[in-house]
Ligand binder design. Structure first.
Ligand code: SDX
Length: 437
């Protein structure tokens, strides 16, 4: 317990309220405000800008220093030295695996990559041009209809098998979304391939030909999954925790995370970045888009810039930019027009007073879309890729919440509606003429 405290004096309250100050391993201290409710007060913090919702040991972000640690390891070191499945093990279990543990984990995941054949029929209910994120929301939520054997969230064995199934099956389901949109047959996973190589095989292989997966491209895909693996209490992870706090099964919680990630302010930004670059179309148009981003009367924002926590470079975007250069060089696309626009836009934005003052730097979504487009992944699949990588973070936080003990999440509000009023019969009511939507 801590001996640091804050003392809150409130006009009209006889005694001040002592609020314990709690410290983490690193990062800002927090005020424990749980005593407020007993004194008839709530905190008010729309968007949770100043609110810590939980304790966690999984990921730490220092937004000012541009640092991202997974279980204490810097993201750039993991991107260079590790791979996605090893990072999954680290996020789930808290330590890097031994060689034998790594081999066993890869074997477990590899042997859970297939999905029930009825899932294939489930896809046939979607029109061919359904957005892949709409399909993923539905399909992942429906997985709980198939795995009745592992839905007891109080059983650690059920929790870990659900985690393995989700990590293993997300690439298969993601590729199925793409194949359905192309009118092509689904490709089964190939257990002789690595995780990311297998994903590209299921995306771009067909029963008629199974193209060789370029190892540089497979490594880039693996790095994209790794860079998206977890990011502490972002909107979608907070959604997964909130859904899990009601006791919902892991597949339903992950489906809720997918739905939240879809928004353009969050995981949908990578798709929005490509659409923005294509709308800019030429370097000569950049200035007018930067001017629009600064214009308060214009809702346009520079997609791929800014972050709630990072007020410095997002360390993931630095690695993503290096990967982008590697992929485009490998594919002979160094002069890709969109890349040229992106690099020029980044340079202009980073020199512009508005972006400097508001500390708006490129985030993880700024370069990832250019890599995925170069690989041949359509823009409407970008957020599906983000969701595939982020699944391990979601399930690690869900598991941590249950293991550490939790209460159902139930925020309060500042009520600004009518106080109690009398009912008026329909004959005596004036027209409403609603205008509040
Ligand atoms: C992700 O939380 C996470 O960790 C998320 C994520 C993860 O891994 O899970 O990192 C992934 O979601 C990355 C962010 C992807 N989104 C985008 O690239 C969309 C564009 N960026 C924004 O809309 C915005 O920057 C947010 C949503 C990312 C952050 O918004 P905040 O923290 O609520 O900040 P804000 O909207 O209050 O902005 C502060 C100021 C505002 O101006 P003022 O009202 O103070 O005058 O900066 C301005 C904003 O208008 N601003 C921008 C801008 N982003 C913020 N102006 C122009 N272009 C932008 N991109």
């Amino acid at each position: 317990m801590t001996d640091k405290k804050a003392t809150l004096s409130i006009t009209g309250l006889n005694d001040p309220i002592d609020l314990p100050v709690l410290s983490g391993t690193v990062g800002p201290d927090v005020l424990d405000v749980r005593a407020l409710a007993g004194n008839g007060y709530f905190t008010y913090d729309p968007g949770f800008v100043s609110t810590a919702s939980c304790e966690s040991k999984i990921t730490y972000i220092d937004g000012d220093a541009g640092v991202l640690l997974h279980r204490g390891y810097p993201i750039d070191v993991l991107a260079k030295e590790s791979d996605y499945l090893e990072t999954c093990y680290l996020l789930l279990h808290g330590e890097l695996p031994s060689k034998a543990e790594y081999t066993e984990f890869v074997d477990i995941i590899t042997n859970h990559t297939m999905v029930h054949e009825s899932i294939a029929r489930f896809f046939r209910g979607f029109h061919y041009d359904s957005h892949p994120m709409a399909m993923m929301c539905g399909i992942v939520g429906a997985l709980s209809a198939f795995y009745h054997d592992s839905l007891d969230i109080s059983d650690p064995r059920h929790r870990i098998i659900s985690a393995h199934r989700l990590i293993a099956k997300m690439p298969t389901l993601a590729a199925m979304c793409y194949k359905h949109s192309q009118g092509q047959p689904f490709m089964y996973p190939d257990n002789d391939l690595g995780y990311s190589e297998n994903f590209l095989h299921m995306m771009f292989g067909t029963p008629c030909n199974d193209p060789y997966v370029n190892p540089v491209i497979a490594r880039a895909m693996d790095r994209i999954f790794l860079l998206h693996a977890d990011h502490e209490q972002n909107a979608s992870t907070s959604t997964v925790r909130l859904a899990g706090s009601s006791g919902a099964n892991p597949f339903a919680c992950i489906a809720a995370g997918i739905a939240t990630l879809w928004g353009p302010a969050h995981g949908g930004a990578n798709e929005a970045v490509l659409e923005m670059l294509e709308e800019i179309g030429d370097e000569k148009n950049i200035d007018q888009f930067v001017a629009r981003a600064k214009d308060k009367s214009d809702p346009f924002r520079l997609m791929g810039f800014g972050h709630r926590v990072y007020k410095n470079f997002d360390p993931r975007s630095k690695v993503m930019k290096e990967t982008c250069d590697e992929v485009l060089a490998e594919l002979g696309l160094e002069n890709d027009p969109l890349l040229r626009i992106a690099k020029r836009l980044e340079q202009i934005a980073l020199e512009d007073e508005y972006f400097i003052e508001k500390k708006l730097y490129p985030n993880v979504d700024f370069y990832s879309g250019i890599i995925m487009k170069a690989i041949g992944i359509p823009t409407d699949m970008f957020t599906v890729i983000f969701a595939t990588g982020r699944t391990v973070g979601w399930i690690a936080h869900w598991h941590e919440m249950i293991t550490d003990g939790y209460k159902i999440g139930r925020p309060r509000q500042l009520y600004k509606g009518y106080a109690k009023r009398d009912f008026v019969t329909r004959d005596d009511r004036p027209a409403v003429n609603p205008t509040n939507f």
